[in-house]
Write a protein that binds this ligand. Structure first.
Ligand code: PLP
Length: 415
């Protein structure tokens, strides 16, 4: 058996910050949470920031003259600056708060797509996408007649980049829309190189960073992304808040999506004019408490360092893949550890993914089973469902060892 690599940061101190990790599952076994790709756990710092807002300065933003509203507005807009720094955007006006990744993709489809594309134009997605980066484009296709095409994958779970270039050459592609990291295969896609090729072909690029923002240092200017979307709840922050980053000149030209308070400059009974960026895209009372919790999450991750989180997870992924390879009858999908983020989707020979997940749950291990909102990818892999173990900064090598032992137990139980 291979030995545990050394932790890059103080893992015990980090685990202390996450109250949920210290409970017993089914009141019997310690909880091992391996479902962070679905949603991460939250540290005290995030939980307390939300509580502090509600207890001491709860008020609506951008509206009140009174002190509480000013404090809330300052905190809310302060988070926008934190997001800007976190992804190295050129301006805070390029940071639009959304409910999450899904809303960001839909916003781009319904404003940029609906207004600037015509029938026959091509949206180029990939076979490995989450449904949130397929269905909005299919809806747009039904609405205005654009065509949706998909970059295929190679047997090792990476994108077929030769096919990518060929599709770009042969079709009127107007938008390339790609996951930075696959939520099933864990593949880290070369989005900066892909952006160069998209731009050379006259297309824009949207990067779905739902699975990369929590795990890797992100730099939208280095990637040269035109749009980038992600969700707070996957990066130790609360649900109900996420980000659409867009280049300012593109966002300026896009009409608003939802209408209501805050997104207008003037309203008469005959018509309205729009507020400046980013407010043009933020209609109605936003998720204020969630934004404040999100700010605390960004502070938390930044204090550890995204480079360190990434390096630790690379070690963890290599260790996990090595240990999984010892278990006969287990097949893991996706590329080798150095091309992969902290996720392993696998099947156990002769067992249904849901049975595997249920038996692991009885051992205290929370994994997800199913198609993980990536049905086309599962069709491509030739399986209807996989079990998925996904890791984050608070997971330990000991937990991997428990998972491996539990897989042997699963096999004995189902034999
Ligand atoms: N894109 C990817 C790659 C994801 O993994 C997910 C969620 O699992 C989403 C998009 C959708 O994120 P949300 O449900 O937070 O909008």
């Amino acid at each position: 058996m291979i030995t545990h690599p050394t932790y890059i940061y103080d893992i015990a101190a980090i685990r202390e910050d996450f109250p949920i990790l210290h409970q017993y599952h089914h009141d019997a076994v310690p909880l091992i949470y391996l479902d962070s790709a679905a949603s991460s756990q939250k540290p005290y710092q995030v939980i307390e920031a939300i509580q502090h807002y509600y207890q001491t300065y709860n008020a609506n933003v951008h509206r009140g003259i009174h002190k509480l509203s000013e404090e809330a507005t300052q905190a809310y807009e302060g988070v926008r600056k934190k997001v800007r720094n976190f992804i190295n955007a050129g301006s805070r006006r390029e940071i639009i708060f959304t409910r999450g990744t899904t809303e960001g993709t839909n916003l781009v489809a319904q404003t940029w797509g609906r207004n600037f594309l015509k029938p026959g134009d091509v949206i180029l997605s990939t076979v490995m996408e989450h449904h949130a980066n397929i269905v909005p484009w299919q809806l747009l296709s039904e609405q205005i007649g654009v065509k949706v095409m998909y970059i295929p994958i190679l047997p090792n779970g990476t994108l077929d980049l030769a096919a990518y270039e060929r599709i770009l050459r042969e079709n009127p592609v107007k938008l390339v829309t790609v996951a930075h990291v696959s939520n099933v295969l864990g593949t880290i896609n070369p989005v900066a190189d892909m952006a160069v090729k998209a731009h050379d072909a006259g297309a824009l690029i949207l990067v779905d960073a739902a699975q990369s923002a929590p795990h890797l240092p992100l730099d939208v200017q280095a990637i040269d992304a035109d749009f980038l979307v992600f969700s707070s709840h996957k990066m130790v922050g609360p649900t109900g808040i996420g980000v659409l980053y867009g280049k300012r000149d593109i966002l300026e030209k896009m009409p608003p999506w939802m209408g209501g308070g805050d997104m207008i400059a003037t309203v008469t009974l005959e018509g309205s004019t729009w507020n400046d960026l980013p407010y043009k895209f933020e209609a109605g009372t936003p998720s204020i408490a969630e934004a404040i919790g999100f700010g605390a999450a960004i502070d938390y991750l930044s204090a550890i360092g995204m480079d360190k989180i990434h390096a630790q997870e690379q070690q963890m992924t290599a260790y996990l893949l090595e240990r999984l390879s010892e278990v006969p009858g287990v097949t893991v999908f996706g590329p080798e550890a150095d091309k992969k983020s902290a996720v392993a989707a696998f099947v156990v020979e002769g067992a249904h993914a849901h049975d595997v997940a249920q038996l692991l749950d009885a051992e205290g291990i929370a994994v997800r089973a199913g198609h993980h909102c990536a049905m086309p990818l599962h069709t491509e892999l030739g399986v209807s469902a996989t079990s998925r173990a996904s890791f984050y900064l608070y997971n330990t090598y000991d937990e991997v060892d428990v998972l491996i032992e539990a897989l042997y137990t699963v096999q004995r139980t189902l034999r």
